[in-house]
Design a protein around this ligand. Structure first.
Ligand code: NAD
Length: 297
């Protein structure tokens, strides 16, 4: 059983690779980038031995070829909120058509299923239960959920879309909500840092998010599901306090608007399908993130 991880060269991808390595499961990475730096930092020197295919997820041939011989796809490749806002056409090509390419490849290889990254961005800012995207990024993610349902009814392809809001932890260095992680990195380096958003948001530690995707790949299921991937609602000052527990002299503040996603996400449990899931609290996740950057320095 070989699992294909699209976007496996990125932040969440690195943590999925790390979990699959730990369980001795064959994997292949598909990413437009060939740089393994992040995956090496997260998953160790085994990253150099990965079957790594470079290509563009918006190109059907690239995806089809990379999927040959695989039995499941963990689909993480995509552009984040700022890139979709700056170039909505490219955002749709990568995030929406790219996802359709992934489902087509899964279908052609008779795969067991697809687990794909949706997002808390499918919700508007006031309601974490009713889809109402307020960004191009959120709109594309919601469209992917609809297409995933159609692939189940039309072609019997099982899928789970997970909707994290903010994933934080070692390696989260880009995107609108990288602030909590970058604050840890900068505090370790002794530099001042301003987290670029304000207000409360749901934060999940990256290894908890990776665990959900890996559980989907390893536990057979039917249907097309979309589950919110919840950690805990955290206010920015509480994140700063958690960092200062470990680095009291850290100079961290925050400024900027609230993120256009709901702060309180209504739980949609999935343990009945995928079994018990880990849950690392903020203080532990921040401690692990700080330890990671200390090790690198
Ligand atoms: N990080 C978060 O807080 C968060 C929250 C909700 C959902 N998500 C989703 O989770 C997934 C992974 O996010 P991440 O934080 O690891 O992002 P990331 O930017 O670190 O990783 C995305 C990866 O996709 C690759 N990629 C981008 N465009 C590509 C293309 N055209 N073809 C092939 N590969 C391409 C990038 O090179 C990168 O390695 C994304 O789909 C994202 O939308 C992330």
């Amino acid at each position: 059983m070989t699992i294909l991880i699209t976007g496996g060269g990125g932040f969440l991808g690195g943590w999925v690779v790390r979990r699959l390595f730990a369980q001795g499961i064959d994997l292949r990475v598909f990413d437009r980038a060939s740089d393994r730096r992040l995956v090496r930092e997260i998953a160790g020197s085994n990253a150099d031995n990965i079957d790594w295919r470079t290509g563009d997820v918006s190109n059907p041939d690239h995806v089809m070829k990379s999927a040959e011989g695989c039995s499941f796809i963990i689909h993480l490749a995509g552009l984040l909120t700022p890139d979709c806002a700056n170039n909505p056409i490219l955002g749709a090509q990568v995030n929406l058509l790219g996802t359709l390419n992934v489902f087509e490849a899964a279908k052609s290889q008779n795969m067991k299923g697809v687990a794909y990254a949706s997002s808390g961005g499918i919700f508007g800012s006031s309601d974490g239960a009713t889809p109402y995207p307020m960004t191009q990024y959120g709109a594309f993610k919601l469209a992917c959920e609809g297409s995933a349902r159609a692939y189940w009814t039309d072609a019997g392809m099982p899928s789970i879309g997970f909707r994290p809001t903010i994933i934080y932890g070692p390696g989260r260095e880009t995107g609108l909500t990288a602030g909590p992680t970058l604050a840890c990195r900068e505090a370790v380096a002794g530099r001042a840092y301003t987290i670029g958003y304000s207000g409360k948001q749901d934060l999940i530690y990256v290894d908890d998010a990776a665990a959900a995707f890996v559980a989907a790949a390893l536990n057979p299921f039917d249907g097309a599901h979309a589950f919110s991937l919840i950690g805990a609602t955290e206010d920015v000052p509480d994140i700063i306090a958690a960092i200062k527990l470990h680095i009291p002299e850290a100079e961290i503040d925050f400024s900027g608007d609230e993120v256009p996603m709901a702060a309180e996400i209504t739980p949609t449990p999935f343990e009945h399908i995928l079994g018990p899931q880990p849950h690392i609290p903020l203080t532990t996740g921040i401690a692990q993130t700080i330890a990671h950057y200390k090790n690198l320095s």
